[in-house]
Design a protein around this ligand. Structure first.
Ligand code: FE2
Length: 320
């Protein structure tokens, strides 16, 4: 894990940049802002840019920047993303997230998730307490690769903490830290697994109507044999045969036993390498009093042209 704490002077620089960035856009459009952020990012503090560029080059598994300035007049935590989407809640924070994120990668969104928003709000929603989505609270979110089913899933999941009064932990486990038995490792490296869209995706998702068998058989471990990447989500994958199913069970247990915890405080921004690290969240009791845990999230690709090459139109919004 790599960490950086911004100094007061750097926070001042960021505040000025975010103010200028917001003033330049007449209507807040995250799709436009995502592109504009890349152009404006050289205005970020030099030490921050060097830190993020270094983390990207080194493929740091978890990268944390502390001290991102937050709006002192931050509105109460919305009750779910739909409520957040209707307001201008957290614009300064969204801008800060897109600016820093653009040093690591290109922001994109899913047509099927949070109605195509680029910057997501993660906050507990009434009625969703036990769901398998980021709107849940009382249920543990098990360790997962973000959007495990999709070939263009994020390289990084970036989370900026606005509130976390109870210190709820984000759980993380890196493929580098888990000691997989050779036989299991061999099975995971073969195309014997199917991955499905998770419950945060709504509407028509290709393959869903056809059921599990409609998805191709793919690998859990891929890339360099000595330092493989990982895709894993025990709730939204299945082994195609008995040995593959057992490999999923063993891997899940080993990941859980090796998992650590990052507790995000307001102003903490974490980049989770979605090719190396699975993440989850500890359960908590929601308050619904405006003080609940609230994160802004963005998915980042190291090159957004991976999306353009797969689709029929040049868009940062991907159909699932
Ligand atoms: Fe997630």
């Amino acid at each position: 894990m790599r960490r950086l704490q911004l100094t007061e002077a750097e926070q001042g620089e960021m505040d000025t940049l975010v103010g200028r960035f917001l003033d330049a856009g007449h209507d807040w459009d995250p799709l436009v802002a995502a592109e504009a952020a890349t152009a404006a990012a050289p205005g970020l503090p030099l030490r921050l840019r060097e830190f993020l560029a270094g983390a990207r080059t080194a493929e740091s598994d978890i990268t944390v920047v502390s001290g991102i300035p937050l709006d002192p007049a931050l509105v109460p935590t919305p009750t779910g993303w739909e409520a957040a989407a209707k307001s201008a809640a957290g614009r300064r924070e969204e801008a800060a997230l897109l600016l820093c994120g653009s040093v690591m990668g290109d922001a994109f969104g899913w047509e099927s998730q949070q109605e195509g928003r680029i910057v997501h709000d993660i906050c507990p929603a009434p009625g969703m307490e036990s769901s398998l989505t980021s709107a849940s609270s009382e249920k543990t979110l098990s360790l997962h690769t973000e959007d495990v089913f999709h070939p263009c899933r994020a390289d990084y999941v970036a989370l900026l903490c606005l509130r976390n009064p109870d210190g709820v932990g984000t759980t993380v486990a890196s493929v580098e830290d888990v000691d997989l038995p050779a036989e299991v490792r061999g099975t995971l490296a073969e195309p014997r697994f199917r991955f499905f869209p998770d419950d945060s995706h709504s509407g028509p998702v290709p393959g869903r109507e056809g059921g599990p068998a409609a998805y191709p058989e793919e690998r859990v471990l891929f890339g360099p044999e000595h330092a493989p990447y990982l895709r894993f989500d025990v709730d939204f994958m299945a082994g195609a045969d008995v040995a593959a199913a057992e490999a999923v069970r063993v891997t899940d247990a080993l990941l859980r036993s090796s998992a650590g915890r990052v507790v995000l405080h307001p102003g903490d921004l974490v980049f989770i390498d979605n090719y190396k690290v699975v993440h989850g969240r500890d359960p908590f009791t929601p308050r619904y009093d405006g003080e609940d845990r609230w994160l802004k999230r963005v998915n980042l690709l190291r090159d957004v042209r991976r999306l353009y090459a797969q689709g029929r139109v040049r868009s940062r919004l991907v159909p699932a």
